[in-house]
Write a protein that binds this ligand. Structure first.
Ligand code: ADP
Length: 398
């Protein structure tokens, strides 16, 4: 504070000193030129007043006016060397003084406005700089926040993936017990039937018929074990379906032919009602085969205890509006009571002694992964109908 007051005093002194110095200079030059050019005082004094006002401000300007008036009065207007003016020179002298005052007034006004404009511009620049710094800070904070958010999202994603993996491992762990149980049974049957087969063949009079049926039962057990493993494997390994253009009717015919043996053994008639104009679907054919086979096998198993009506399984395909195809598997089996209906698609839900309760839940997730829907209904005439839809590839027919 003291430093700035001293600096201001110094500057003020300099400004007033400058005014006095300039007037003194003007006086010297005018005196030097007086003999050769008469009285050129008006020009040099005016210049000194202008410079004093411009560089020193209003105060020094007025001081220059007073000093130049006195100097002119003393040195250049008769009577010389006196502070008096003759009446003859008075108008000229008054005009000179009035001009000096006018110039000082005008220049100090001009200077003031320029100073205030400069000050306003400086303040504006300072404010713009402050605002720019604030905006930059805000921008930096935003960038940091976005980076932070991205890191959080990545962490979240990683955590989710880790959780999903952990959930899968847990499921696999649970499944392992189930697999061991499921696979052990058919394998025990394979061993028992193979033993029986050997025993029938080792008799003195080998009974080929019994040996064959024991061997067939062993084959069935092995097939069942393989099926169980295949189902579990598809659940664990096939995360995303590999889609290709699949003619649905042909797939259904092939699967129906595969299941024909089991259907015959259980006296179930399989009927196909396939729409001839069915569009091609885009799907993973292996997974689709699994779904259809699972529905057919379930249908056959559901009819095995039916004795009062024909055991029937009807496979039907039809094209739906909005580029969808629908597949339905209708059986005349035991049907679905309320409890079963509510839990059908739950993993590990089964009412069968040898069931695993995974078929329908896997089937539903496969169909949903293809953008379709799988659901079940009870038939009014007995039995159940399982249906699913799949998006079709428009414009192509099977
Ligand atoms: P699993 O066949 O190993 O039992 P699923 O998931 O395929 O497993 O079926 C679960 C349960 O749904 C079956 O145990 C059965 O109770 C019921 N279910 C499935 N299909 C039918 C059907 N067509 N009719 C009656 N019940 C069925």
């Amino acid at each position: 504070m003291q430093i700035s007051t001293a600096a201001t005093a110094k500057r003020t002194l300099f400004r007033y000193g400058l005014a006095i110095g300039l007037i003194f200079l003007a006086l010297l030059v005018s005196l030097a030129l007086q003999n050769s050019f008469g009285n050129p005082f008006w020009f040099f004094f005016s210049a000194a007043v202008i410079l004093s006002t411009w560089f020193g401000g209003a105060g020094p300007g007025w001081l220059a006016v007073i000093c130049s008036t006195l100097a002119v009065m003393y040195y250049f207007t008769p009577p010389l060397r006196s502070l008096a003016v003759t009446p003859h020179d008075l108008p000229y002298f008054v005009t000179f003084v009035a001009c000096e005052m006018g110039v000082t007034q005008l220049i100090s006004w001009r200077k003031r406005s320029e100073d205030s404009i400069r000050q306003a511009r400086d303040e504006l620049e300072v404010r713009v700089a402050e605002r720019t710094a604030e905006l930059k800070n805000a921008n930096d904070a935003l960038v940091r926040q976005m980076a932070e958010q991205r890191r959080t999202e990545e962490t979240l994603q990683a955590t989710r993936a880790e959780l999903a993996r952990a959930a899968r491992i847990t499921t696999i762990g649970e499944l392992t017990a189930s697999i061991a149980h499921e696979v052990n049974q058919p394998l025990a049957a394979v061993v028992a039937n193979a033993d029986a087969c050997v025993a029938w063949l080792s008799r003195k009079m080998p009974d080929l018929a019994e040996a064959r049926s024991a061997a067939e039962r062993a084959t069935q057990g092995a097939t069942r074990a393989a099926e169980v493993i295949a189902r579990i494997r598809s659940l664990i390994t096939k995360a995303t379906p590999e889609k290709s253009r699949v003619p649905l009717n042909r797939v259904i015919e092939q699967i129906a032919a595969l299941a024909e043996g089991q259907a015959e053994r259980n006296h179930v008639a399989i009927k196909l009602e396939l729409s001839p104009d069915l569009p091609i679907v885009l799907c993973d054919s292996i997974q689709l085969q699994q779904v259809i086979l699972n529905l057919i096998v379930n249908g056959i198993e559901a009819t095995t205890s039916v004795t009062d009506r024909p055991r029937m399984l009807t496979l039907r395909t039809e094209a739906e509006d909005k580029g969808q195809v629908r597949v339905s598997v209708r059986d005349s089996g035991v049907g679905l009571n309320e409890e079963v209906m509510g839990r059908l698609f739950e993993p590990f839900f089964t009412t069968r002694p040898k069931g695993m309760g995974m078929g329908l839940s896997i089937s539903r997730s496969i169909i949903e992964a293809h953008g379709g829907r799988l659901w079940a209904e009870s038939n009014t005439s007995g039995g159940a109908t399982f249906q699913f839809t799949l998006p079709s590839e428009d414009g192509l027919t099977a």
